[in-house]
Write a protein that binds this ligand. Sequence first.
Ligand SMILES: CC(C)(COP(=O)(O)OP(=O)(O)OC[C@H]1O[C@@H](n2cnc3c(N)ncnc32)[C@H](O)[C@@H]1OP(=O)(O)O)[C@@H](O)C(=O)NCCC(=O)NCCS
Length: 198
Amino acid sequence: MTTPPFRFDALSSVHDRTAFRCGEEVLDRYLQTQATQDIRRRVANCFVAVEAVTGQVAAYYTLSAASVPLVDLRLEETRRLPRYPTLPTVRVGRLAVDQRFQKRGLGAALLADAARRTLQAPPAVFTLLVDAKNDGAVAFYERFGFRALYGHPRTLFLPLATAQRSFSKTPPTDSAMPGDGILGRSSSVRYFQRRGGR
Ligand SMILES: CC(C)(COP(=O)(O)OP(=O)(O)OC[C@H]1O[C@@H](n2cnc3c(N)ncnc32)[C@H](O)[C@@H]1OP(=O)(O)O)[C@@H](O)C(=O)NCCC(=O)NCCS
């Protein structure tokens, strides 16, 4: 059996993040100086992809509870929903891949890991929500089925029911979740890659 190249962990003091450079300094600084405080204060959880061979942090993302006002969704997206003023969501507040590891599918794997963790959390969550830093990031998220909120072109959401249906058609081939461990080529990664047209 071959060892998958990356392991997904909850960020902790064992992870060396000093060398992390994604091309957006603010995202590097967040990982190096603020993520641990946010975890301690329970305002965000942070998960890292660790290169199995070297132990280096190759990528990370954060998750926080949030809500989406119903009026920010288009009519066709809310037709079958109860008329609650807001819907439960999980915000992927920050997401970044170290430049040495970009363009190898890790960004897709981060989104897959975020979706699987959220689907397995006890509280029901309607969507994943992301704030794209620029038009390139918007294009990245759109490849995986994220759509912009009404009137907020850089805030995008992905209904988790869509992702869940896809997961149930193709059961995971590994033991990546729940908990932390090797993600490898799980069904969820393939799902996100398929959404991108591969
Ligand atoms: C954006 C980012 C997360 C992508 O990570 P990555 O590991 O290189 O992405 P992947 O290799 O998983 O790419 C998956 C797909 O998205 C596409 N993609 C990647 N970056 C893209 C971009 N900036 N614009 C459009 N599409 C993009 C890839 O071409 C690939 O498509 P394909 O399936 O047709 O090959 C990474 O470049 C990064 O960390 N950038 C700096 C920080 C940032 O912009 N974060 C975004 C959150 S605001």
